[in-house]
Design a protein around this ligand. Structure first.
Ligand code: MG
Length: 179
C-alpha cells in the first residue's frame, strides 16, 4: 500500500508531466507559427513522451492501491520572443522536472518505500537524457546565432526525430485512423 505522502507527491508529478505535455505542445504551435516545422515536430514527439511519463506515475499509484487525483493544469506559457528563448525554457523546464524527480526519490527513501525506487531510477536516468537533449539543442541554437542557414539546417535535423512506435500522436496515425 502506498503511503499518503508518496501518493500525494506522485499525484503532483502526474500534474507536472501533463503540464510538460502542455507547454511542449504550446512550443510546437509556436514553432509552426515561425515556419520551423522541424522544431515543431520535435516538440510534438516530446509532448507525446510527457504523456507516457504521466501515465507511469498514474499506473504506479494504481498498482500500489492508491487513489489517483488529477489536479488542475497550469498554462505555463504560450508564446516566446524567439526560438532561442523557447529552447532556453525547454532546458530550464527539464531541470525543474529533474528537481521534482529527486524530491520524490527523497520522500520515497524517507518513507522506506522500496517499491517505488525502480521506477524512480528510470526517471532519474531519463532526466539525464532530457537535460542532455534540450541543453544540446540550446547550445546549437546559441552557436547558430543569427544565421538563417544554420537555423534551416537545425530545423531539418530536428524534424527527423522518430515517433515512438505506434504513437497515436503521429499525424499519420490519427489521420489514417478513420473519419
Ligand atoms: Mg517528463
Amino acid at each position: 500500500m502506498i503511503s499518503n505522502r508518496v501518493r500525494d507527491i506522485m499525484n503532483e508529478q502526474v500534474r507536472h508531466e501533463l503540464e510538460s505535455y502542455y507547454i511542449y505542445l504550446s512550443m510546437a504551435a509556436y514553432f509552426h507559427e515561425q515556419n520551423l516545422d522541424g522544431m515543431a515536430h520535435w516538440m510534438r514527439v516530446q509532448s507525446h513522451e510527457e504523456t507516457t511519463h504521466a501515465m507511469k506515475f498514474f499506473d504506479h499509484i494504481v498498482d500500489r492501491g492508491g487513489t489517483v487525483t488529477l489536479l488542475d493544469l497550469k498554462q505555463l506559457k504560450t508564446s516566446w520572443k524567439s526560438p532561442l528563448e523557447a529552447w532556453k525554457d525547454a532546458y530550464a523546464h527539464e531541470q525543474f522536472i529533474t528537481s521534482k524527480i529527486h524530491a520524490i526519490l527523497k520522500v520515497v527513501r524517507e518513507e522506506a518505500d522500496f517499491t517505488a525506487e525502480p521506477m524512480l531510477n528510470w526517471f532519474v536516468k531519463e532526466q539525464i537524457e532530457e537535460e542532455k537533449n534540450t541543453s544540446g539543442i540550446l547550445a546549437q541554437m546559441e552557436r547558430i546565432g543569427e544565421s538563417q542557414d544554420g537555423l534551416y539546417l537545425l530545423d531539418k535535423e530536428l524534424g527527423a526525430r522518430p515517433w515512438p512506435a505506434g504513437s497515436p500522436f503521429d499525424p499519420a496515425a490519427y489521420n489514417a485512423a478513420g473519419d
